[in-house]
Design a binder for this molecule. Sequence first.
Ligand SMILES: *Cc1c(COP(=O)(O)O)cnc(C)c1O
Length: 397
Amino acid sequence: MQYGAFSTDSLMSITNRPDLVFERGEGSWLYDHQGKAYLDFIQGWAVNTLGHCPPEIAAALAAQAGKLINPSPAFYNGPMIELASLLTANSVFDRVFFANTGAEANEGAIKLARKWGRLHKDGAYEIITFGHSFHGRTLATMSASGKAGWDTIYAPQVPGFPKAIYNDIATVNEKIGPKTVAVMLEPVQGEGGVIPADIEFLKALRELTTARGILLIVDEVQTGMGRTGKLFAYEHAGITPDIMTLAKGIGGGVPLAALLAREEICCFEPGDQGGTYNGNPLMTAVGAVVLKRLLSPGFLAGVEARGQYLSKRLLELSVKHGLQGERGSGLLRALVLADERGPDIVRRALEGGPTGLLLNSPRPNLLRFMPALNVSEAEIDQMIAMLDTLLQGAQLA
Ligand SMILES: *Cc1c(COP(=O)(O)O)cnc(C)c1O
């Protein structure tokens, strides 16, 4: 499409984007180039923890930009130290490495596990992952992912990622061999269709990996930072993983990610791991603002409460329209349709009405909801009313 003097044809086509340009965001609302408003239940793909353009993030960026943007990762900076300290104080982990994207944090987790395997497990390097999992779009993280078709699209894959079946501990046990160094999973499979791991499965995984002397890696890129109502999703199972990765919500919308590990596992030596932008103060200053807000009194309880409210309202819609129920954890939820009209609903939600609605359909029979963690009940009600209209096959009013 044409946008003023410019054309979108200058961009590589990597996804089918609708013919609109978003120019402004505020809280749960986005505004396009024609001024149309959209109620946003995607929030930058579960990244805008505090909604669009929260004043505290804008202020932190402006203040930090006026002070120090990037001294290089070869030096300490204040926000990097503060955020790492806050993360270790509020998790079971002892040390943090900052990255820019979830895929990069997961690459770091894979490297850390492989190095640990070289030092302590006779060169073991295999990391057991799961069918339908999603760990990112670098070559190694695509190989780790269990997404259909990803084994051939950029073949050959990076070797060393045997796949087990999610929520099936016997299949994990079967895959463990002398070359196994770790098991890696998402506590809720987000891209795979909002499929939570059973608490019993997570506990059994921790027991099994401990008994076999291998590492447990949780990819909390989507579930971490309050999304499920706890600061980190592993807390629901009361387990202590060895390695965790974070991205998406930690930056509240800006590119920031983290790799965390327990002290015994931290075996990187100078030169093993790095990256030009990693730990830069501009992004870590934002991460500190986001985390402090999540830790403020009542915030996570509010996520939990509105997660339950969203769940209840989705269930009502499911009953009313004869759908197959809803599932998820906290404010990461999915409505299971009775047919494959997810993409059609997403399109009509976007295109209809004077006011649009942004939803995601990770599978054709599923709608996914990942609102800002400070979304209001009134906004949930408004979304439900719009979705009710769409499920009736009608246009948004
Ligand atoms: C989004 C996601 C990633 C990849 O993060 P990027 O920032 O897109 O690289 C990895 N793991 C999970 C579970 C995710 O949801």
